[in-house]
Design a protein around this ligand. Structure first.
Ligand code: PMP
Length: 361
């Protein structure tokens, strides 16, 4: 049998593992931070009608500049953003890949703060960019001083700031983002994939874009918008930065079906986002209950909770899976991560995890 090692694969890809969050068909899937609420049926019908209309025109290539979608995304984001400041792709993973293709590459470095979203390192390796994982402060926080010290030490071409951070849930202050943007000579990416789950009133890094042409803020429709299966991510930044992304994207990368579906979802953004408050409530419930059980949940501004105090994470992961509950094992010693789902899913998780409550709780 041929193995990877037998192939003339790039040397820098040898020995690497692909992104591999388990995809299992279980009753309670709380492992990849999706919005577990289905999209409202009336919205689904409108999306179907729009996709049906697009199908009649599939003989032609789609709008390469996804003009209408950029207008709708600019409208959704607000902050006075214009369509020329918006980019979109098949999930924010692809948005990030475009950034690494345009601004990273052989001989260049991307800096992030571990533990952070595992795709950053994989996207770096896929584009031949050196990946540097600098440490965080205690409790996975990231102060302006710690972040700026790493920027000055490594002089990166790109900095990836995950706000709030996956897999820890840690919110990131604008003071840190501002300090990094001022200290870095390269592109500073603020990944706000989970921004909509932050405490109401939390300012977005979008408020920092003005006058900072190397700062970009990426978002996704996969999480709060309950649209992960459609694959739509986007960013806001300077029009010149977006022109750079046009150099590396494939022509017509956003299919006409994707554009039609995303426009349908954005036309109903209020309904699509209606469950966000409820999910935030379940997140708070998980954290409070885990504390009561004697676990150590970390501060979260997202739709998931990372918690410590787990004696044997792998055994707990397996035991929950046997009960049809899939959560996430990340290789952080003593820790597991769970997505805040519906009330019933949260109840199922909390009942199952209670069996493993630290002794003495
Ligand atoms: N950024 C972060 C921090 C994420 O957690 C994820 C998904 N897990 C993504 C980006 C990518 O999401 P998508 O490609 O679905 O937009």
């Amino acid at each position: 049998m041929t193995s990877l090692d037998d192939l003339p694969i790039r040397d820098d890809l040898r020995g690497r593992s692909p992104y591999g969050a388990p995809q299992k068909s279980v009753p309670v899937a709380l492992n990849v931070n999706e919005n577990t609420h289905p999209i409202p049926e009336d919205v689904a019908h409108d999306i179907v009608a729009r996709v049906a209309a697009a199908i009649l025109r599939l003989n032609r290539y789609p709008d390469r500049e996804f003009t209408e979608l950029r207008e709708a995304l600019a409208g959704y984001l607000g902050h006075g953003l214009a369509p020329e400041q918006i980019w979109a792709a098949n999930g924010s993973n692809e948005v990030l890949q475009h950034l690494l293709q345009a601004f990273g590459g052989p001989g260049r470095r991307a800096l992030g703060f571990d533990p952070t979203y595992s795709m950053y390192g994989l996207l770096a390796s896929g584009t031949g960019t050196e990946w540097i994982a600098a440490p965080r402060d205690d409790d996975f926080e990231l102060s302006p001083e710690t972040a700026v010290a790493a920027v000055l030490e490594h002089d990166p071409d790109l900095v990836l700031l995950c706000a709030p951070n996956n897999p820890t849930g840690t919110p990131l202050g604008l003071d840190t983002i501002r300090a990094v943007a001022d200290a870095a000579r390269g592109i500073v990416i603020v990944d706000e994939a989970y921004f909509e789950f932050a405490e109401p009133g939390t300012p977005s890094a979008l408020t920092l874009l003005e006058g900072r042409p190397r700062l970009v803020v990426s978002r996704t429709m996969s999480k709060a918008f309950a649209f992960a299966g459609a694959r739509v991510g986007y960013l806001a930044g300077d029009p010149a930065t977006i022109d750079a992304l046009r150099l590396v994207r494939l022509p017509y990368h956003l299919s006409a079906l994707t554009q039609a579906a995303a426009l349908g979802a954005l036309a109903h953004s209020g309904e699509m986002l209606a469950m966000v408050d409820e999910i935030r409530g379940q997140r708070e419930r998980i954290s409070a209950e885990l504390v009561r059980l004697g676990f150590a949940p970390h501060r979260s501004g997202s739709n998931f909770v990372l918690f410590g105090g787990v004696d044997d994470p792998h055994a707990v992961f397996e035991a929950l899976l046997e009960r049809g509950i899939l959560i996430r094992e990340l290789g952080i010693p003593g820790h597991l991560r769970v997505t805040a789902g519906t009330e019933a899913e949260t109840t199922a998780f909390l009942e199952a995890i209670a069996v493993f409550a630290p002794v003495g709780a």
